[in-house]
Design a protein around this ligand. Structure first.
Ligand SMILES: NC(=O)C1=CN([C@@H]2O[C@H](COP(=O)(O)OP(=O)(O)OC[C@H]3O[C@@H](n4cnc5c(N)ncnc54)[C@H](O)[C@@H]3O)[C@@H](O)[C@H]2O)C=CC1
Ligand SMILES: O=c1[nH]c(=O)c2[nH+]cn([C@@H]3O[C@H](COP(=O)(O)O)[C@@H](O)[C@H]3O)c2[nH]1
Ligand SMILES: [K+]
Length: 500
């Protein structure tokens, strides 16, 4: 007979925290959000890799590219660069994050000499940047031919068909510097020459970086930034259960700090084979998370198979339609609560603490606090990060509002690069994710800081100065559907309602 779980499957929106005593010591600025990322003997040793904030970005094409990885590491979290791309390009992304030097920007607005003023304007909308590098091949590291800035064109006087070579500032009139110049010297050159942008070139004249006058302030230290021993930003990468024998060595060689097997379903022989292969070839040196699971058995399976952390969540993501297409999944809150219990038991029995990650389904900032209170050590977010400037997708104007594109890894759009074959030649013929827009939300730093200020404030309401303390002290209640209505604004006429 089939097994029936006695509890219904619940999600974050069905829970609230009941405040506990807060002393006057308990203020948001004193709350630490430091959290472990990989397994360790808690109480006996330091966690070998921890984060300063409990947030990682989803292993998705529309979320975790190199720019987002850098922006998130600056805030103290980690991105997992998406694995749905060739091994070479994923490793290159990791390499570029590791090679990133503060203040040195890889140009994201580049055009070839054949481009027109119209192309410049289109690009400006997409990237939000007004300085465009003109390179021989239109890439960020092509031979630099000139720069186009807003002062180079006058829309009222010039045709959109005009070639960029007609109005760009050509290389011979630009101030440039060798790629080896220090940031300090770059800033001096910018001031001395009264310029806004300094392109840095290698010996062959290929563009390497740009240094911008307006970034000067942001070069200062970020208190939470997550750096490795060489002062490079920490970065993760997604892997799959097929090409790991080639992908893992390439990522390790590129300097990746942590890997994660990316799958909708981790309770499988494929994942234990992948983990065994990594342990066989790298011992404990290479850190790797696995998942996703939604119950005790799934967690214990991956714990015993050697996972450094375990990811929880099937079908709760904003772009997920796995529950609808395949009928598998579990309410995210119930899944986190059960897995956290299994993790704690495993720790009691073995002395090994395996961090767990709640992946997907975070809609409101307080859902992060709930996930942590329920026992998650950190959360993985897709939709949340896709909204920011630094996500790799286009920014568009739709119906008078700015939006960014966001698509699921199980959508046809993501799968186009082809890794789907159900154990052979037969192709998977249904989509498990959608292609969508999300409201544009500005720079990541502002968004993350606001979100985490709320998390810290709620932790103070619960009398907790650390995530561990929150997990011990939190008191949670299931809310009735009527009390959810009570929780929103109600029985008032909203001043900014479109109906007024
Ligand atoms: N968290 C979630 O709820 C969901 C996430 N996704 C995302 O979509 C993407 C794809 O996920 P999946 O479809 O689960 O990918 P997957 O690669 O884990 O599995 C696809 C299919 O291939 C099979 N398979 C795996 N390794 C194999 C091997 N070595 N040889 C033969 N067959 C093998 C699996 O059993 C499965 O049927 C991931 O990025 C995942 O995160 C998709 C659906 C739901
Ligand atoms: O059913 C699915 N079909 C998909 O195409 C898909 N793509 C990503 N994911 C999962 O969703 C998580 C991100 O969720 P959020 O947008 O809610 O943060 C991610 O971290 C994944 O776990 C998918 N699930
Ligand atoms: K969903």
């Amino acid at each position: 007979m089939a097994y029936y779980f006695s509890e219904p499957s619940r999600t974050f929106g069905e829970y609230l925290l009941v405040p506990g005593y807060s002393s006057s010591e308990c203020v948001p600025d004193r709350v630490s959000l430091k959290t472990p990322l990989v397994k360790y003997r808690k109480g006996q040793e330091e966690c070998p890799l921890s984060m300063n904030i409990p947030m990682v970005s989803a292993i998705m094409q529309s979320v975790s590219g190199e720019k987002l990885a850098i922006a998130l590491a600056k805030q103290g979290g980690i991105s997992f660069i998406y694995g749905s791309q060739s091994i070479q390009s994923e490793a290159d992304m990791v390499r570029r994050v590791k090679a990133y030097k503060k203040g040195f920007v890889t140009s994201d607005s580049n055009l070839p000499p054949e481009a027109t003023l119209g192309d410049v304007l289109d690009l400006k909308v997409r990237t939000g940047h007004s300085t465009v590098a003109i390179t021989d091949d239109g890439t960020a590291h092509g031979k630099l031919l000139g720069l186009v800035a807003s002062r180079d064109y006058r829309l009222s006087r010039m045709s959109p068909d005009l070639k960029v070579t007609e109005f760009m500032t050509p290389l011979e009139k630009l101030v440039t510097a060798p790629a080896t110049t220090s940031l300090h010297d770059c800033n001096d050159i910018i001031w001395d020459n009264k310029i806004n942008t300094l392109p840095l070139l290698d010996e062959q004249g290929h563009l390497q970086y740009m240094v911008f006058r307006k970034d000067y302030d942001s070069h200062k230290e970020n208190v939470n930034e997550l750096l490795d021993a060489n002062k490079s930003y920490v970065v993760g990468a997604g892997i799959n259960t097929r090409d790991y024998a080639e992908r893992v060595p390439a990522l390790v060689e590129a300097g990746v700090d942590v890997l994660c097997i990316d799958s909708s379903e981790g309770f499988s022989e494929w994942q234990s084979r992948t983990l065994s292969w990594i342990r066989e070839h790298y011992g404990d040196k290479v850190k790797v998370g696995a998942g996703n699971v939604v119950d005790r058995e799934g967690f214990l399976f991956l714990a015993k198979a050697g996972a450094d952390f375990v990811k929880i969540g099937i079908g709760g993501g904003s772009i997920c339609i796995t529950r609808e297409t395949k009928g598998i999944g579990r309410g995210q809150a119930t899944a986190v609560i059960e897995v956290a219990k299994a993790r704690d038991e495993y720790y009691e029995q073995t002395g090994i603490y395996i961090p767990i990650c709640s992946d997907g389904g975070i809609v409101h900032d307080y859902h992060i606090t709930l996930a942590l209170a329920m026992g998650a050590d950190f959360v993985m977010l897709g939709r949340y990060f896709a909204r920011f400037d630094e996500s790799p997708t286009n920014k568009l104007r739709v119906g008078g509002n700015y939006v960014k594109e966001y698509w699921g890894e199980g959508s046809n759009r993501a799968r186009n690069w082809q890794r789907y074959d159900l154990g052979g030649a037969q192709k998977l013929s249904f989509e498990e994710g959608v292609d969508s827009y999300v409201p544009y939300a500005g720079p990541l730093a502002d968004g993350v800081q606001t979100t985490l200020y709320k998390v810290r404030s709620t932790m103070c309401n619960c009398g907790a100065l650390s995530i561990e303390e929150l997990q011990q002290k939190a008191r949670l209640t299931v809310v009735s559907s009527t009390s959810i209505v009570e929780g929103g604004s109600h029985d008032v006429i909203l001043k900014n309602s479109p109906n007024n």
